[in-house]
Write a protein that binds this ligand. Structure first.
Ligand code: FAD
Ligand code: NAI
Length: 466
C-alpha cells in the first residue's frame, strides 16, 4: 500500500498548484484526477478554452466589424470555426501536458481515476478499467472543484440547451443565442458568439448585471455591451424551455409579476452560477457534512475531520482559479508546519470581454454598508492617450481610498486591458499602499496603465490629464 504525506483529490488549479508546492516542500505527494487530464475545470473547460475563443473571436470581429478598416487594413475575413476550435484544443492539450510535466518535475505521483475517502488517512482510487488502488496518507486535501448549477425546469442537453462546457464547443456559429444569467460566464461566452455573428439576449433574474461588482462599473459595462448589440432582459424569471431540433423556446416572466413571454433562439446557454462538486467523495466516512449549498467549510483549510483539508471552488469564497492556487500554497505550507496565509481582501476579479472589467478590494457599496469614509479618484479612458490612439476609449478607472489614511481600499475598472493592469493595484494594496503611492510612482508613457495613476491622483483631487 502506497504511503504518502499528502494525497490531493482533484487536479485543477487548487490541486495541481498544491501538488507542486507540496513537492517543493519535500512532502511525498500524490494527485488523484478522474477526468483523464490534469488542469481541472480551468484548463479543460473553463478559463483557458474560454480565453482561447475570446481572443480568436476578438481578432475576427476586429477584422470584420470595421476596426481593421478604420486602421487602414482592408480584409474580408471568413470564419473557419473548426480551425478556431482546433487551435483552442491544441493550446489546452499543451497546457494540460505542461501540468503533467510539472508533476514529474516536483516528484508528485499522478494517479488517474476517481478518488474517494475511505475513513481517516485512506483514499481509494478507481481507475477507468475498474481496478482500485488504496493510498495511505497523513493528509488528504479535497480539491474537487465545482460544476454548473442546474436551472429548475430547464434541462441542459448540451445540444440546444448548453452549459458553459457546451458553449465552448458549439458545432456552428448560432444566428441567435439566449444566455440565462448575466454573470461572468454569460457575458464572456455571450461575447464570443456575438462576435461570431449571433444575436445575443441575456436574461437575468436580478435588476442588474454582475451582482457583487461595483454598481457604477457594472452599469457602465452594461451600456457598452448594449452599444455592441447585446440585448438584456433584466428582472426576468425563466419558467421553462423546450428544445426542438433547430431552436429552443424559452418562456419567461417578470420577477415582479406580469405577462409571460416566449423567446426563441438557436441555442440557450444556462450560466446561473456553479456549485461545489463532492459526488462520491466518501465525506461521510470522515464525518464531513457540507452545508446546504454543498460547500465544505474550512478553518485555515482544515475541515472538521482531522488530517482532511479543503481548498478551491469546493470550499467558501470566490470561485476563481487564482484563489484556488493561493489557497493551495497556503494549505501545503500549513501542512509542512510553516505559516500559510491568503489575504481575502485582495483577490482580483477580471471579466475578459472587450473592454475588460477588473476589480479588487471593496466596492463603493461595501464601504457605504460598512460606514467607512472614503474618497474616490476616477479617470476615463477617453482622456488616456494610448487608449485614444488605439480607438479604445470606452470605460474608466476608479480608485477608492480611506478618507483619513489614504490607504487604497479598492479599485474598479472597465476598459482596455484593465485585467492585466489591476495587478499593480493588488501589489500596492498588499504593501498597504496609499493612493498617493500610486500617484507618485513613475508610469511609462504612453500606456493605458497611466489611467490608473491618473485615477489615483484624483483621490487627492490632482488628476492632471482630464
Ligand atoms: P477544478 O478546476 O474544478 O478542478 C477540480 C478537479 O477535480 C476536476 O478536474 C475534477 O475532474 C476533479 N475531481 C473531482 N472529484 C474528483 C474525485 N473524486 N476524484 C478525482 N478527481 C476528482 N477562473 C478564473 O480565475 N479566471 C477565469 O478566466 C475563469 N474562467 C472560467 C471560465 C469558465 C467557462 C468556467 C466554467 C470557469 C472559469 N473560471 C475562471 C473558474 C475556474 O475554472 C475555477 O475557479 C477553478 O478551476 C477552480 O479550481 P479547483 O482546483 O478548485 O477546481
Ligand atoms: P455568476 O455567479 O458569475 O453569475 C450568475 C448570474 O446568474 C448572476 O447574475 C445571477 O444573478 C444570475 N442568476 C442566478 N439564478 C438565475 C435564474 N434562475 N435566472 C436568471 N439568472 C439567474 O456565475 P457564472 O457566470 O455561472 O460563473 C460561475 C463561476 O465561474 C463564477 O463564480 C465565476 O467566478 C467563475 N468564472 C470566472 C471567470 C473569470 O474569472 N473571468 C470566467 C467564468 C467563470
Amino acid at each position: 500500500m502506497a504511503q504518502y504525506d499528502v494525497v490531493i483529490i482533484g487536479g485543477g488549479p487548487g490541486g495541481y498548484n498544491g501538488a507542486i508546492r507540496a513537492g517543493q516542500l519535500g512532502l511525498k505527494t500524490a494527485i488523484v484526477e478522474g477526468r483523464g487530464k490534469l488542469g481541472g475545470t480551468c484548463l479543460n473547460v473553463g478559463c483557458m478554452p474560454s480565453k482561447a475563443l475570446l481572443h480568436a473571436s476578438e481578432m475576427f470581429e476586429a477584422a470584420s466589424g470595421g476596426e481593421f478598416a478604420k486602421l487602414g487594413i482592408e480584409v474580408k475575413p471568413k470564419l473557419n470555426l473548426s480551425q478556431m476550435m482546433a487551435q483552442k484544443a491544441e493550446s489546452v492539450e499543451a497546457l494540460t501536458k505542461g501540468v503533467e510535466f510539472l508533476m514529474k518535475k516536483n516528484k508528485v505521483d499522478y494517479i488517474k481515476g476517481w478518488g474517494r475517502i475511505d475513513g481517516p488517512g485512506k483514499v481509494v482510487v478507481k481507475a477507468e478499467d475498474g481496478t482500485e488502488t488504496v493510498l495511505e496518507t497523513k493528509n488528504i486535501v479535497i480539491a474537487t472543484g465545482s460544476e454548473p448549477t442546474p436551472l429548475p425546469g430547464v434541462t441542459v442537453d448540451n445540444q440546444r440547451i448548453v452549459d458553459s462546457t457546451g458553449a465552448l464547443s458549439l458545432p456552428e456559429a448560432p444566428k441567435s443565442l439566449i444566455v440565462v444569467g448575466a454573470g461572468v460566464i454569460g457575458l464572456e461566452l455571450g461575447s464570443v458568439w456575438k462576435r461570431l455573428g449571433a444575436e445575443v439576449t441575456v436574461v437575468e433574474f436580478l435588476d442588474r448585471i454582475l451582482p457583487g461588482t461595483d454598481t457604477e462599473v457594472a452599469n457602465a459595462f452594461q451600456k457598452i455591451l448594449g452599444k455592441q448589440g447585446f440585448k438584456f432582459k433584466l428582472a426576468s424569471k425563466v419558467t421553462g424551455a423546450a428544445a426542438g431540433d433547430k431552436q429552443v423556446k424559452l418562456t419567461l416572466e417578470p420577477v415582479a409579476g406580469g405577462d409571460a413571454e416566449t423567446l426563441q433562439a438557436d441555442y440557450v446557454l444556462v450560466a446561473i452560477g456553479r456549485r461545489p462538486f463532492t459526488q462520491g467523495l466518501g465525506l461521510e466516512t470522515v464525518g464531513i457534512v457540507p452545508d446546504k449549498r454543498g460547500v465544505i467549510a474550512n478553518d485555515h483549510y482544515k475541515t472538521t475531520a482531522p488530517g482532511v483539508w479543503v481548498i478551491g471552488d469546493v470550499t467558501s469564497g470566490p470561485m476563481l482559479a487564482h484563489k484556488a492556487e493561493d489557497e493551495a500554497v497556503a494549505c501545503m505550507e500549513l501542512i509542512a508546519g510553516k505559516a500559510g496565509h491568503v489575504n481575502y481582501d485582495i483577490i482580483p476579479g477580471v471579466i475578459y470581454t472587450k473592454p475588460e472589467v477588473a476589480t479588487v478590494g471593496k466596492t463603493e457599496e461595501d464601504l457605504k454598508a460598512a460606514g467607512v469614509a472614503y474618497k474616490v479618484g476616477k479617470f476615463p479612458f477617453l482622456a488616456n492617450s494610448r487608449a485614444k490612439i488605439n480607438h479604445e476609449t470606452d470605460g474608466f478607472v476608479k480608485v477608492l481610498a480611506d478618507a483619513k489614511t489614504d490607504r487604497i481600499l479598492g479599485a474598479h475598472a472597465v476598459g482596455p486591458n484593465v485585467g492585466d493592469m489591476i495587478a499593480e493595484i493588488c501589489v500596492a494594496m498588499e504593501f498597504g499602499g496609499s493612493s498617493e503611492d500610486v500617484a507618485r510612482t513613475c508610469h511609462p508613457h504612453p500606456t493605458r496603465a497611466e489611467a490608473f495613476r491618473q485615477a489615483a491622483m484624483g483621490v487627492e483631487g490632482w488628476t492632471m490629464q482630464a
